[in-house]
Write a protein that binds this ligand. Structure first.
Ligand SMILES: Nc1nc2c(ncn2[C@@H]2O[C@H](COP(=O)(O)OP(=O)(O)OP(=O)(O)O)[C@@H](O)[C@H]2O)c(=O)[nH]1
Ligand SMILES: [Mg+2]
Length: 201
């Protein structure tokens, strides 16, 4: 740890492959929470306080504790295997920051689309952007205490999600659960594109 209290955690010198994952989704689905839960370095955050000026713009239904919102990007890192590191970029969820998307998606190997099934309608625009990007993705339902357990076929139908796109559930606050979502995405990419550059050289 340096004099500023920052722990730089250098990348292990066994790592030969780095991949870029985006954590996307609508407003308040838990993107910043997930990046913070799994990151092995102190996550970079660009949070600003939500104020009364956003009442009527930002739907906080079901999010009584939410005080801030991402206005730029979240950044974290997770070394998944001794040869493989993931660079994690959490996207902003609010529509007024979506202009960042086109830059964020450049060079992305895979996307986690987080959804909150209590507010599914807020995820449709993000899903459309993810699908349009052509980047392999998985959908993860972030479960809140009052999240109803919908059967997978019903969820797939509601999201119009093709069978080849993995659909999983997680608790974005839990490092193991969040890590499993990233493993699901890594496996999906490896299966979808067996010759992908994620293999060790
Ligand atoms: N109970 C529960 N609360 C969660 C979970 N994930 C996030 N939260 C809470 O839900 C709120 C939203 O989390 P954020 O991580 O800020 O969501 P976000 O998607 O980054 O939000 P924006 O960047 O504003 O779009 C916060 O108050 C979190 O503490 C979860 O898995 N379970
Ligand atoms: Mg956020």
């Amino acid at each position: 740890m340096d004099s500023d209290g920052f722990d730089p955690r250098p990348l292990p010198n066994t790592v030969t492959t780095a991949v870029k994952f985006l954590i996307a989704g609508g407003f308040g689905v838990g993107k910043t929470t997930l990046v913070g839960a799994v990151s092995e370095i102190p996550p970079l955050r660009t949070e600003e306080r939500l104020t009364t000026a956003t009442v009527g713009v930002d739907d906080l239904t079901g999010l009584p504790d939410k005080r801030t919102t991402t206005v730029g990007v979240d950044f974290g890192r997770l070394t998944l295997a001794d040869w493989l590191t993931l660079y994690l970029f959490g996207t902003p969820g609010q529509q007024r920051f979506w202009h960042l998307w086109n830059d964020l998606v450049v060079g992305t190997h895979g996307i986690v689309l987080l959804v909150d099934t209590r507010r599914l309608e807020h995820g449709f625009d993000a899903l459309e952007r993810v699908e349009d990007s052509g980047v392999p993705f998985v959908v993860a339902v972030n479960t809140f205490p009052d999240t109803l357990r919908h059967p997978e076929p019903a969820l797939r139908q509601a999201l119009e999600l093709p069978d080849h796109v993995p659909l999983t559930t997680c608790d974005a606050r839990d490092p193991t659960s969040a890590r499993n979502v990233l493993i699901t995405l890594a496996d999906h990419i490896a299966t979808a594109t067996p010759t992908a550059a994620m293999e060790p050289t």
